[in-house]
Ligand binder design. Structure first.
Ligand code: IVH
Length: 665
């Protein structure tokens, strides 16, 4: 294509998407696609310098501020960061820095790049007086009333900060992942449009005209720069000073003495990414020394002393090729989308769950739609939203089938719940899902009996009831397609081996509603044998630790069903036998069952080993790494980085005395 035309096209495309992103808080393309457009434009402007104009989006940041807020100029301007998308581009950044400074190695500070909205806040004599968005970098929006609602931002500073006539700080407002989910759930209930991602939720919330609405939004802020009012010799000193004055600064930062240390920090953060409570899109790498920063100065819109070393993009666009419905082991129908395969966060994704009928219609996803997808929690692919502007009119809305796609029995909507269930009593999809659960690693642990094999056994008629797997015949099994003699032998051996098992695994494998792994363990440890569990009445069941009336009713209902009783009798007749259960599992004394605890620092009245043993005796687990899954962090004397991380994650931190209380409770 003619470069003049392409440059014009890219400019208007970027301007359009800037408007959607910065002003409407409703992007239509992924960050990665946007970056690709911007880079192509930068490339063309470099090749054909006469095409570069002052109004090019490569020359300014973001877009014009919303008309409805008062404008406020930024001095110095709020700059943006250049990006490095890979190691080579980071090397390039470092090389340029070293060259410009005539140094061989430079010290950097690395910070997570939070995905939120940049703000500027001004304190006068320690009093918070103003807050603004970045806007176009030169002029932002005065959002002071909204900034005043930020819970973790002090409204009044003490000490030296209270003596400064003005102090202008810059930072990022963001929303934690869990709060984002809650906010969207609430919006769904109120039939309001959902936010596409935490960044948009934060930006959309902060730029609400009504501060009372902002106050209801769970926003947080981390500050990372001092723009006016005080100078520092290094970035680290600046952050420490802010911290010492009670200002919120991300504790996850590292001092990197040279390029290799930056790479290590990047890899560590990338690893920790899924466990942190907020979204990040990279690592910001900043020259530490203020004197060196001044020597480096700025290019048009980015400082030369910093770069955003971006993480691989996790949000991508793809097309919904079809929508189908799956049937789970309890007969619940779950719609899912078949997607044009794409790579998301390092995995190839071709399916995404659509949860249920309500979710599907709320998101308004149609067959043929272009959608944003994301791997939620880095595991299950999820469709965030369709892209309405890419609709052609040929999309087809999907309607839920009136009959089960597996057994053709009628389906029904459970009253007051977003659940559609198959009524079929011998539904093959339900049976194969039950079989798959029964054989799973955490249940009867039958290796080689996964989803596809289970479907095959059911479809071939070899398994009509779960117990049939214990009567499989080698010849019939080996005759199945893709099976062969060797696989048959292995599978039969695994099935045989599963006959001797712990009662808890068998109880869990039965797939009783609401009886998960932990409940199965406590039930088994309490009743010790199948017969006693089947005979247990409501009172006996509810006396079991962790078993409430709802679970008790499910257990009673399950064993009241003659088919289920018969099935258990048949399992025992087929040779299922139980190995002894550990009575300590009956959680009388199991006060820490399922809890994850991290010990850090030195304890004064017991050794770490003793503490670990006491915790484990009560069913708790002592782990080495602090993550969002950690329930408590016990901090002894001289606790170090684990304590910092726990604080950053907002975890419960206990001292030794509190640990003792916990052990005694
Ligand atoms: S420093 C002049 N540090 O990234 C340097 N920015 O693409 C200004 N951001 O506008 C930015 N976390 O909204 C810096 N630790 C961090 C950051 C950070 C997030 C955002 C900020 C900025 C954008 C630049």
């Amino acid at each position: 294509m003619n470069p003049t035309l392409r440059v014009a096209e890219l400019k208007s495309l970027i301007a359009y998407h800037n408007h959607r992103y910065y002003t409407l808080d409703s992007p239509e393309i992924s960050d990665a696609s946007y970056d690709a457009c911007l880079r192509e434009l930068e490339f063309l402007e470099k090749q054909y310098p006469h095409l570069k104009t002052a109004d090019s989006p490569t020359q300014y940041v973001g877009s014009a501020p919303k008309e409805t807020f008062k404008k406020t100029p930024h001095s110095p301007p709020m700059l943006s960061l250049a990006n490095a998308f890979n190691k080579a581009e980071l090397d390039e950044f470092n090389l340029r820095v070293c060259e410009l400074l005539a140094e061989t190695s430079v010290e950097y500070v690395c910070e997570p790049k939070l995905d939120g909205l940049a703000i500027s806040v001004v304190y006068a004599q320690g009093q918070l007086i103003r807050g603004a968005t970045r806007g176009n970098g030169e002029v932002g929006e005065d959002i002071t009333p909204n900034i005043l609602t930020l819970q973790n931002l002090p409204k009044k500073l003490e000490g030296e900060a209270a003596l400064l006539p003005t102090l202008e700080l810059r930072g990022e407002v963001f929303i934690q992942k869990a709060d984002f989910q809650k906010l969207n759930t609430l919006r769904a209930q109120q039939e309001e449009p959902l936010f596409a991602n935490p960044r948009n939720a934060a930006a959309g919330s902060l730029r609400q005209l009504d501060a009372r609405v902002v106050a209801t939004r769970p926003l947080s802020v981390f500050l990372y720069e001092v723009a006016n009012g005080k100078t520092f010799t290094s970035h680290l000193h600046k952050l420490q000073w802010m911290e010492a004055h009670g200002l919120p600064v991300n504790p996850l930062r590292s001092h990197a003495k040279g390029l290799e240390a930056v790479e290590t920090a990047y890899q560590q953060l990338l690893q920790a990414r899924g466990t942190l409570p907020y979204e990040m899109d990279g690592l910001v790498v900043k020259v530490d020394s203020t004197a060196l920063r001044e020597r480096l100065g700025e290019a048009s819109k980015n400082p030369r002393w910093a770069v955003a070393y971006k993480f691989p993009s996790e949000e991508v666009e793809t097309r919904v090729e079809d929508i189908q419905v799956g049937v789970g082991r309890t007969g619940v129908l779950t719609p899912f989308a078949l997607l044009r395969p794409v790579m998301v966060g390092g995995a190839r994704v071709s399916r995404a769950t659509l949860h249920n009928e309500d979710e599907l219609s709320r998101k308004d996803i149609q067959i043929g739609d272009w959608v944003f997808i994301r791997r939620a929690g880095d595991v299950i692919p999820e469709i965030i939203a369709p892209i309405p502007s890419r609709r052609t009119g040929l999309e087809r809305p999907f309607s839920f089938p009136p009959l089960c796609p597996s057994c053709q029995a009628p389906v029904y909507r459970v009253p007051n719940q977003a659940i559609t269930r198959c009524t079929g009593l011998s539904c093959p999809a339900q049976l194969s899902a039950k079989l798959c659960h029964f054989a799973s690693r955490i249940a009867m642990n039958i290796e080689g009996l996964g989803e596809q094999r289970a479907e095959q056994l059911v479809a071939s008629g070899l398994v009509k009831r779960l117990v049939d797997i214990y009567y499989l015949n080698f010849d019939k099994l080996a005759a199945l397609p893709r099976m062969g003699e060797k696989n048959s032998q292995k599978l039969l051996a695994a099935i045989e081996q599963s006959k001797t098992c712990r009662l808890a695994r068998f109880v869990f494998a039965l797939g009783i509603h609401q009886v998960g792994e932990v409940t199965a363990k406590t039930l088994s440890a309490t009743f010790q044998n199948m017969e006693a569990l089947m005979q247990a009445n409501f009172e006996e069941l509810t006396q079991v630790h962790d078993v409430g009336p709802e679970v008790a009713r499910e257990v009673l209902e399950h064993f009241a069903n003659p088919n289920n009783r018969q099935l258990i009798g048949d399992f025992l007749a087929a040779g299922i036998a139980f190995v002894a259960e550990n009575p300590a599992n009956a959680s009388g004394g199991h006060t820490l069952l399922g809890k994850r605890i991290v010990l850090t620092g030195t304890l004064s009245t017991m050794s770490r080993e003793e503490a670990k043993a006491e915790i484990e005796k009560r069913g708790g687990k002592v782990t080495e790494t602090v993550s969002a899954k950690t329930n408590w962090v016990v901090a002894g004397e001289n606790a170090g980085s684990k304590l910092e991380k726990a604080k950053a994650l907002g975890l419960h931190i206990l001292d030794e005395q509190q640990l003792k209380h916990l052990l005694e409770s």
